[in-house]
Ligand binder design. Structure first.
Ligand code: GEK
Length: 244
């Protein structure tokens, strides 16, 4: 499938409205995320490998904030335990509609994937062996994040895994600047102009709220997870695992 190129912020805008996961974004999403998140492709395929190891027979694997379902498709390819089902949730109707089309064309596995258009804060999480928040928690209001992580912890079976990927912030100004500048270089190297980088940054300012690694690790511990570790980092993009 050829990817439609993201040019949403290419022309100067009089007013930059807060970023939304609407039809325009859904249409260019694979190109947008690939050119914006360092290591995205590798992270998707590695989440498949993690799911392949941690999925338990007759359990559920959740892809929360699934967008077009890249994580679900990667998990589906790698899970071999019998009786597993994948539940993919996103509250963007445009994402779910396109995601369902892509899922219908995927013939790599027979593991059932149910894609649901819903607020992930309102769905029940139960009998889970794998839960993935791949760049989703950063869009949930700060005050609601601990409640969500606790709910995930409760819904996981013993030995189950949470995979949490986030854009992070740094306390020390010099570190923050180093990683943000390198991330912007990464975007420019992938063909985004200075204008695109800056307009997108403004659009995301109030919508995507990054926290420090320490903050994420403390929240995971507060929710009950004893084992947590970082399995990926490139600049200000990190992925953690937490095992119950
Ligand atoms: C990937 N995981 O390709 N309920 C449900 N979905 C939500 C909510 C919510 N409350 N808030 C945000 N979303 C994907 C990438 S993108 C990350 C995830 C990014 C959804 C939102 O609609 C969007 O599709 C997704 O979370 C975040 O691996 O674009 O930076």
């Amino acid at each position: 499938m050829t990817k439609k190129q993201d040019a949403i912020y290419a022309a100067p805008l009089n007013e930059i409205i807060d970023f939304q996961f609407d039809e325009r974004v859904a249409a260019v999403f694979p190109d947008m995320i690939q050119r914006s998140v360092p290591g995205y492709g590798m992270m998707i395929s590695t989440i498949g490998i993690l799911a392949g190891r941690y999925a338990q027979a007759d359990s559920r694997c959740y892809d929360l904030g699934c967008s077009l379902g890249a994580v679900s498709l990667a998990m589906r390819q790698r899970i071999s335990q019998p009786g597993c089902e994948i539940i993919a949730i996103d509250n963007s109707a445009a994402m779910i509609e396109r995601g369902r089309d892509l899922l219908a064309r995927d013939t790599t596995s027979t593991i059932p994937v149910t894609m649901v258009c819903a607020d992930l804060q309102e769905i029940s999480i139960e009998n889970a062996s794998v839960v993935v928040l791949n760049f989703t928690l950063q869009f949930i209001p700060l005050t609601e994040r601990l409640t969500l992580i606790k709910r995930i912890y409760r819904g996981l079976k013993p030995g189950g895994i949470l995979i949490l990927s986030e854009k992070i912030a740094f306390e020390k100004q010099a570190r923050q600047q180093f990683h943000v500048e390198l991330h912007h270089d990464f975007k420019r190297a992938n063909g985004y102009s200075d204008l695109e980088v800056s307009q997108k940054r403004t659009a995301l300012e109030k919508v995507l709220i990054p926290e420090t690694l320490d903050c994420h690790q403390q929240r995971l511990q507060a929710a009950g997870f004893v084992f947590t570790d970082i399995w990926f980092q490139c600049f200000n993009f990190v992925s953690l695992v937490a095992i119950k």
